[in-house]
Design a protein around this ligand. Structure first.
Ligand code: VG1
Ligand code: CO
Length: 563
């Protein structure tokens, strides 16, 4: 194996954010920029390190991905990787990559090429994310080490492999002495895993007996399309017309592959107009999900709570393994806390970003968790999983409908709607109204100033009444990992009111341009559960804007996105 050592110099800002390094494509196209960051991953790789190890590589199919896969193979081989497991044509959804790392025991973990829900194409974003051998996003200690290695880099090591590898050819290829690249079907292992988790027979039976039930899944031209086709159409038998935008495109068709009411507006409209029973979407890399029906939008905070409520009753994976604990990211609404309390389960509150759930899962303390940002998942892998959440909903709807049929003799062909499931849930637990306001690409300095001012003025708010709500406490969320004791500070400013309502302010760690301010608003209501969330939360939204003086700092009157 011939290894070339290439001299290089560091680039500023090669610091992984909430979920990997995300920048404009042109940034990655600078000479040595991508090579440097890849080398930094190998330099910082935790034990056993790259030598003789196995690494999974794949991504969401966005522009630049295939070139970068080839670079990873050359630099990985130059750093001693013995086996690469690569999705065909470089394609692996984020959950499929996590599953593959775990199934194949890839001791070097995996490199996932995605900027998730950020737009793709030559003028938009690219991203590189490192996952460790448990299949989860690298913890902060590792991403800090990658940043340190990138900041001090002087050379990278690249094997001479004699040209690019054909990423389409499934099978094992010897590319150099002691180094193999195995190209695998991007979808097969993931489908098998999904089939082992859910009750596919029940869902198929329900579909056959309930022609009135309709499904519409929108892949938003991201990576999930082929996974959705194999699971919803080939396995579960839904019509091919139940899928839309399910061919992965390098630029996601020019759209924003983010499953929310703003960016998936086309789906929302089709679900409403077509009176679709279950509408769903996933993001560019397949780890997010949105669930709705023609007459109800399920907030992600509610979705994970509903799944937790039903898990051990109807999802075979949880029937087998039980549920050891629940968790949410700090800004996610406390609906899941109520389910935990009712089921006498521990519930953990972690900072934003999936990486914080992994330690708890590895320690056997966490089974189901979610984030308000359309992320839902479980310990079947170490990433959030978009398709998993949609199949979970199908499983729940089918089970609840069948139970009702048995118990109350409902007419065959009838089903319990998403809206009914939510009404039922609220009648048990009450409702945690939730909304998030995003102000995207605001001036970074102005955003920092606003947050600094809030940090300074926050403690003085305690005891004050704003818009009818009395402030009980203000803090900057800090998390101590109960497994390894690591501490993550400054994870978001929380204003908590006497009635448990909350306003949270934080800056996004996934943007590639300027800053994004996120404001999260929550209020609990035990009785009135059928209001419009924007109406129910209006007084708190006003309070948030007043407290932060957002308009003065940023010049913005309206958010870019409301979820
Ligand atoms: C956002 C979300 C966070 C999520 C992260 C990665 O981070 O808020 O909950 O884990 O994206 O999701 P931030 O720092 O921009 O708020 V994904 O699908 O982009 O990997
Ligand atoms: Co994503």
């Amino acid at each position: 194996l011939t290894v070339r050592t290439v001299p290089t110099t560091p680039f500023a800002g090669q610091k992984p954010g909430t979920s990997g390094l995300r920048k404009r494509v042109v940034v990655f196209q600078q000479e040595h920029y991508t090579e440097n960051f890849i080398q930094a991953i190998f330099t910082a790789m935790p034990a056993p390190g790259p030598r003789g190890a196995t690494l999974v590589v794949g991504g969401d199919g966005r522009f630049l991905m295939r070139d970068v896969v080839q670079k990873i193979i050359r630099i990985g081989a130059g750093n001693g990787i013995a086996r690469f497991i690569v999705g065909q044509d470089g394609i692996l959804s984020t959950p499929a990559a996590s599953a593959l790392i775990r199934k194949r025991g890839a001791d070097a973990g995996g490199i996932i090429l995605t900027a998730s829900h950020n737009p793709g194409g030559p003028l938009n974003d690219f991203g590189i994310k490192y996952n460790t051998r448990n299949g989860g996003p690298a913890p902060e200690a590792v991403t800090d080490a990658i940043h340190a290695a990138a900041s001090a880099i002087a050379e990278y090591h690249e094997a001479e492999l004699g040209g690019d590898l054909d990423l389409g050819a499934i099978g094992s290829h010897r590319v150099a002495p002691g180094c193999d690249v195995e190209i695998v079907d991007s979808v097969a292992d993931y489908v098998e895993l999904t089939r082992s988790i859910f009750d596919f027979d029940l869902i198929r039976r329900f579909r056959e007996q309930t022609p009135a039930f309709s499904l519409l899944f929108d892949g938003l031209n991201g990576v999930t399309g082929p996974y959705a086709r194999r699971i919803f159409v080939d396995e579960l038998g839904f019509a091919a017309s139940s899928l839309t935008q399910c061919t992965p495109l390098e630029d996601f068709g020019g759209s924003h592959p983010d499953p929310n009411l703003t960016y998936a507006a086309q789906l929302v409209e089709r679900v409403r107009a077509g009176r679709v029973s279950l509408g769903a979407a996933s993001d560019g890399d397949g780890d997010r999900n949105m669930v709705l029906s023609h007459d109800w939008f399920v907030t992600p905070s509610d979705s994970v709570a509903v799944i937790a409520h039903y898990a051990t009753r109807c999802i075979p994976y949880f029937r087998r393994h039980g549920v050891s604990g629940l968790a949410r990211s700090m800004p996610t609404s406390c609906a899941i806390d109520r389910v935990a309390a009712a089921h006498a389960l521990p519930v953990f509150e972690v900072p934003t970003g999936w990486k914080f759930f992994g330690n708890l899962m590895d320690a056997g303390r966490l089974s189901i968790c979610g984030e308000e940002s359309f992320g839902t998942g479980s310990d079947h892998i170490r990433e959030k999983d978009g398709i998993w959440a949609v199949v979970a909903w199908l499983n729940i709807v089918a089970w609840v409908s069948e139970e009702k049929l048995k118990a109350q003799g409902a007419s065959p062909g009838e089903f319990v709607s998403v809206h009914d499931i939510m009404r039922d849930f609220f009648s048990i637990y009450g409702r945690n109204y939730f909304t998030r306001y995003d102000y995207e690409e605001v001036d970074a300095a102005a955003a920092e100033q606003m947050v600094d001012a809030l940090r300074a003025s926050g403690p003085g708010l305690v005891g004050q009444t704003i818009g009818g709500f009395t402030v009980a406490s203000v803090d900057d969320f800090s998390y101590t990992d109960p497994v390894d004791g690591s501490v993550s500070r400054n994870q978001g400013l929380r204003v908590i009111f006497a009635d448990t309502s909350r306003i949270i302010f934080r800056l996004s760690g996934t943007g590639s341009e300027g800053a994004t301010i996120r404001i999260y608003i929550e209020r609990y209501d035990a009785e009135q559960c059928d209001q419009d969330a924007q109406v129910a939360l209006k007084p708190l939204v006003d309070a948030a804007l007043e407290i932060s003086r957002l308009a003065q700092y940023t010049g913005r009157q309206e958010p870019t996105v409301i979820t």
